[in-house]
Design a protein around this ligand. Structure first.
Ligand code: C5P
Length: 224
């Protein structure tokens, strides 16, 4: 195999959904399957990277050669990222982190009493933005942006707001692209604004193209 710029790079990949506890038996979550993040972790390990995959609850096998850390909540995920972030070269946020969590988790089980009840939610920390805010010049931050409409504009804005090196705008059509399915349509935007629209690919091939784009960022004189 040809040598890769990712050889021996320390890479953190977040994947899957998070679960935000309402009470002892219930949670808020989303439809993320973890497939995209797992495909990235697998492809990076094949290129000789030292990969830590921090994942929410999913039913996927751990890719060969990947160190896996299972978490449940966004706050757990952030804690695990912060524990190892300083030693990482590349952070790839592919997790569908819940934006909000219940303001309090009730112990035991909420009983059905009144006809309506209110659930108060508070913002979760932005794990990717937190990493970027602290990142050193040799570290790269890569994010995803899943949108249902006018996504390219939002993705470019997120690239800037979260101080990312690369963002993958993920179209969501509920059928061939987005959650749960095995294919994905990504448009990559790098920090110079170079935009590359990828065709509909398997998540495995989309991961390969994403890593190729990261390798070309590493080959620029200001990185590596
Ligand atoms: O702002 P938005 O949720 O669309 O950003 C998506 C990107 O940010 C993804 O890469 C996702 O993994 C990351 N993210 C995060 N922590 C959050 C929310 C999003 O790391 N709380």
């Amino acid at each position: 195999r040809q040598s890769s710029r990712l050889q021996d790079k320390n890479i953190i990949v977040t994947a899957g959904p998070t679960r935000e506890k309402i009470d002892g038996v219930r949670f808020l979550s989303n439809y993320s399957s973890g497939k995209m993040g797992f495909a990235i972790a697998c492809a990076a390990a094949r290129r000789g990277a030292d990969v830590t995959l921090i994942t929410g609850p999913v039913s996927l096998p751990t890719p060969e050669g990947v160190r896996r850390i299972d978490i449940e909540t966004a706050c757990d995920m952030q804690r695990e990222v912060q524990r190892i972030a300083s030693g990482c070269d590349i952070f790839i946020g592919a997790a569908a982190v819940a934006d909000y969590r219940p303001a309090e988790t009730v112990t035991g089980k909420i009983k059905k009493t009144s006809e309506t009840i209110a659930l108060s939610l508070i913002r979760n920390p932005d794990i990717l933005a937190g990493f970027s805010a602290e990142k050193k010049t040799h570290q790269l931050a890569v994010g995803f942006s899943l949108e249902t409409e006018n996504g390219l504009g939002y993705a470019a804005e997120k690239l800037r707001a979260k101080n990312l090196d690369l963002i993958a705008y993920n179209t969501y059509d509920g059928e061939t692209s987005g959650f749960e399915v095995d294919t994905n349509a990504l448009t990559l935007i790098d920090r110079q604004g170079t935009t590359t629209e990828l065709p509909l690919l398997t998540k495995r091939d989309a991961a390969i193209r994403l890593l190729d784009a990261i390798e070309s960022l590493l080959s620029r004189p200001d990185n590596g």
